[in-house]
Design a protein around this ligand. Structure first.
Ligand code: OOB
Length: 551
């Protein structure tokens, strides 16, 4: 039994979500054939020269699902997936859905530190990784992880080592597709089962993961697609990693496939890559984080590519600089929807018919009538109208706890099942939310979330370091970067290059590696003896630094 550790919604909430039609009782894998029966000859996925119709995609997926079963993967298993955006990733994701296997969606940037932890926590029975990418030997790491966690290793690419299985060979269609489709009925995962596992940004030493069910995630994508008015003419460009909730199901590629649209895979968010795809495939919509959007705006000024097909850009994941939504709309000649979402569930969008001051000045409103939220002060009391406070939420696609984290859940959720987002918001009179900041101990580096305590724990492993505190420092390109402040042991020296080298050797994802180091004689403390990060931030980002810490 691999899935103990999920926290179910209480029975009365389940009853409501089912009877009021939020949850439809259909596993995601079943839906794929609904799509193929409806849109069979339309193009579902484009990846370079590969163009797959809905029917072809469904046939590949069933063949892969059967072969995964042949490898011994079973309903209830979890599989660690680290893949670039490609059609095989889409096929693998859907094949898992067919047989009740949950992909644990890691980012390509993750290294041994993250992947080993995820494999352990989710007790994965297989690991899927590329052979190499950008000079990193993923397959060698997969071999190490596979041996340690007794997991099958499946490899994307040409260079598949002995003992590993080629993803390409598992995906090849063979035999009678119709017969296989009928035979697939034997798997029948339940819609209340875990469909996929998303990574949380994390606010503790060890990152947390979120198990999303078929019922909840199907609704997440379906309702998002309604709000974003996806239809058959939607051509969705997967710019950000599809391992992330935003391009995967908010509404992202699943929203496009549910509506008979086309999904175009981009290997990189760089304008050199994406603008060519927009022109060639007549892309209508994509989702971006502000850091990527800024690069698109800069490149749009001089591009010779035809971007006129682009109708909408979804932007979210981190704070949008003032006025940027308007700049983006003008630069790309399209509409903008702000998206404030989280892997834990709740999604807010501005709507396509909202007036400019709402689209530019707010982060939107919840997608569902069944989404509940509260804005509370530090005592948990709702704040007055227009007053900032922490956002708490619960609803049909916001699970009631992190996976296998009972102690952490005591803090992260209230006894009534409200999820504490750690974000500070205000409710605008229009009913939209404005994100003002956060109280969670995190750095938001261009949309990638970095848990400060996690990096502090890693810093304390360095032999030179006696005390460590991580803060966010503002950055024009990425919004924030990771700044490590340390107190050293007597007589020790440490510079940034040294820190970066030691973190890299330790196998930490690059986006978490500190980009600024402050060696200080002491860390400022609050009256109750916790590190005073507000003070530290002020000190580090102001000229007062010399005076206070003598650095
Ligand atoms: C998305 O999901 P996560 O899980 O990577 O990060 C969630 C956190 C939020 O709690 C908030 O702190 C921040 O990212 N955030 C924003 C934001 N959207 C997310 N902060 C300010 N403005 C925004 N628009 O980031 C995510 C998931 C689905 C859709 C969109 C974003």
């Amino acid at each position: 039994m691999k899935r103990d550790g999920t926290v179910p919604w209480p029975p009365q909430a389940v009853r409501r979500y089912v009877t009021e039609g939020y949850w439809r009782g259909r596993p995601l894998g079943d839906l794929m054939w609904d799509w193929a029966d409806r849109s069979g000859d339309r193009v579902a996925v484009v990846d370079g020269d590969v163009r797959l119709t809905y029917r072809e995609l469904a046939e590949h997926v069933d063949a892969l699902a059967e072969n995964l079963d042949g490898l011994g993967l079973r309903d209830g298993d979890n599989v660690l997936v680290q893949l670039p955006n490609c059609w095989e990733f889409v096929a693998f994701f859907l094949a898992c859905q067919r047989i009740g296997v949950a992909p644990v969606l890691a980012l390509l940037a993750h290294r041994e530190h993250e992947l080993d932890y995820l494999a352990e926590l989710a007790e994965v029975t297989a690991i899927v990784m590329p052979d190499r990418r950008n000079d990193f030997d993923h397959q060698a790491l997969a071999a190490k992880l596979g041996a340690k966690h007794c997991a099958q290793v499946i490899v994307l690419g040409e260079d598949v080592h002995n003992g590993h299985t080629s993803l390409g060979s598992l995906i090849r269609r063979h035999g009678d597709a119709q017969e296989r489709r009928i035979g697939m009925a034997r798997y029948a995962p339940r819609s209340s089962d875990v469909a996929l596992i998303l990574l949380s940004g994390g606010t503790t030493g060890l990152p947390k993961i979120i198990a999303r069910t078929h019922d909840d995630y199907e609704y997440n994508a379906r309702r998002s697609a309604e709000v974003c008015e996806f239809d058959e003419d939607t051509v969705y460009l997967v710019t950000l990693s599809m391992a992330h909730n935003f391009p995967l199901g908010s509404p992202g590629l699943l929203g496009a496939l549910m509506n008979g649209g086309t999904v175009v895979m981009a290997r990189s968010p760089r304008p050199e890559v994406t603008f060519e795809l927009i022109e060639r495939e007549r892309v209508t919509v994509s989702s971006l984080v502000p850091a990527v959007a800024q690069r698109w705006v800069d490149a749009a000024a001089t591009t010779t590519r035809d971007l006129s097909s682009l109708r909408t850009v979804h932007i979210g994941g981190s704070v949008l600089p003032e006025g940027f939504a308007g700049t983006l709309a003008r630069a790309l000649g399209c509409r903008v929807q702000q998206v404030y979402g989280m892997a834990e569930g709740l999604l807010n969008y501005t709507r396509l018919d909202d007036p400019p001051h709402i689209v530019e000045g707010t982060q939107g409103r919840p997608i569902s009538d069944a989404d509940e939220y509260l804005i509370v002060d530090e005592n948990g009391t709702p704040t007055g109208p227009g007053q900032p406070g922490e956002l708490l939420t619960r609803g049909p696609y916001t699970p009631r706890g992190y996976f296998r984290a009972p102690e952490h859940n005591l803090h992260a959720f209230t006894p009534d099942g409200w999820f504490r987002t750690g974000d500070v918001v205000v409710l605008h009179e229009s009913g939209n939310l404005i994100v003002r900041g956060r109280i969670k101990d995190q750095v938001n580096r261009g949309g990638e979330k970095v848990s400060a305590p996690e990096v502090e724990g890693l810093a304390l492993e360095l032999p030179q370091v006696r005390r460590a505190a991580v803060i966010a420092v503002p950055d024009r390109a990425l919004g924030e970067r990771v700044c490590l402040c340390v107190v050293l042991h007597d007589g020790q020296r440490l510079d940034l290059a040294d820190v970066q080298r030691q973190f890299t050797t330790r196998g930490v994802a690059r986006y978490k590696i500190p980009e600024r180091l402050e060696v200080v004689p002491e860390l400022p403390l609050t009256p109750i003896g916790k590190v005073d990060k507000n003070m530290l931030r002020q000190v580090v980002t102001s000229d007062a630094r010399q005076l206070v810490v003598g650095a």
